[in-house]
Design a protein around this ligand. Structure first.
Ligand SMILES: Nc1ncnc2c1ncn2[C@@H]1O[C@H](COP(=O)(O)OP(=O)(O)OP(=O)(O)O)[C@@H](O)[C@H]1O
Length: 260
């Protein structure tokens, strides 16, 4: 099993500190970990720091890695229109290697990943012709093909319909359980965190506000203080926790209480 630890991880854009002293002793592989928090909290920045594509302070340590390393699926899946879906996944699998020959095993693996994501019919479509949701699925294929040790997915279901959202989260949950990889997912839909993620990190204003078991971290008090919403967590008739948001919280001047 892979484990990830973060020690005082920080980041700046120029003189502005956008991430500060994020420390998490151990994120275990095998399950899904949600990273939640308001807009501009620093979730993508944290992923970019973990993936090593942005400099900053602190230490990111991965133990037990034996496969494709750390792979980051960005939020913005803008496409290079020149490539077909198949070519883009092949290039991602190569990770920049300049080989021309494609092995049978490589072709089979690409077919397998496309089948897992139900995108086989898109194989020879141009990336520039795809819908937002289709592009998001291709982007996911591009990271899954690399068989990551640590998979960082930035809002991977934001463009997907309800059926696809469930398929994708169940697929990644299953792959994490099978491979022991660390799988982290930045989410705005906290019902997805409650349903699929055993662990949750809450980031606000570039700081870690809470970390732990999802059902202990996603609470009505956290939703009020972090998101400024009045919300309830209730069990549905199947016994699953469901988040019901009653409304936004404002101060006596009608402003977002977080601005006070
Ligand atoms: N290229 C950049 N230059 C300057 N500031 C940036 C840049 N990218 C992000 N920031 C700032 O860093 C902070 C954190 O942004 P980040 O994208 O990590 O937030 P986020 O939690 O992923 O937000 P969202 O939920 O809206 O996607 C924000 O204040 C943002 O304006």
């Amino acid at each position: 099993m892979v484990t990830l630890s973060l020690q005082d991880v920080g980041a700046r854009f120029g003189r502005r500190e956008v991430l500060s002293q994020i420390s998490v002793p151990c994120i275990n592989g095998g399950g899904l970990t949600a990273v939640v928090g308001p807009n501009a909290a620093g979730k993508s920045t944290l992923f970019r720091r973990i993936a090593g594509i942005m400099p900053g302070s602190g230490r990111v340590h991965v133990a037990g890695a034996s496969r494709g390393g750390i792979c980051y699926m960005p939020q913005d899946t803008a496409a290079n229109a020149v490539l077909t879906v198949f070519e883009s996944i092949l290039l991602a699998a190569r990770g920049g290697s300049g080989r021309w020959r494609v092995s049978e095993a490589e072709l089979a693996r690409i077919d397998q990943v496309m089948a897992l994501l139900n995108i086989v019919p898109l194989a020879f479509r141009n990336l520039g012709e795809l819908s937002g949701g289709q592009r998001q699925l291709v982007s996911l294929a591009q990271v899954l093909i690399r068989e990551p040790d640590v998979l960082l997915m930035d809002e991977p279901t934001s463009a997907l319909d309800l059926h696809r959202q469930i398929e994708v989260l169940e697929l990644v949950q299953g792959l994490a359980a099978e491979s022991g990889m660390v799988a982290m997912v930045a989410l705005h839909d906290l019902n997805q965190a409650l349903r699929y993620c055993d662990q949750t990190l809450v980031i606000a204003d570039g700081r870690l506000k809470a970390a732990g078991l999802t059902h202990e971290v996603v609470t009505e008090a956290m939703l009020a203080s972090t998101y400024a919403v009045a919300a309830r967590i209730e069990r549905c008739r199947h016994g699953r926790p469901q988040l019901i948001v009653d409304g936004a919280l404002h101060d006596e001047h009608g402003r977002d209480i977080r601005a006070a």
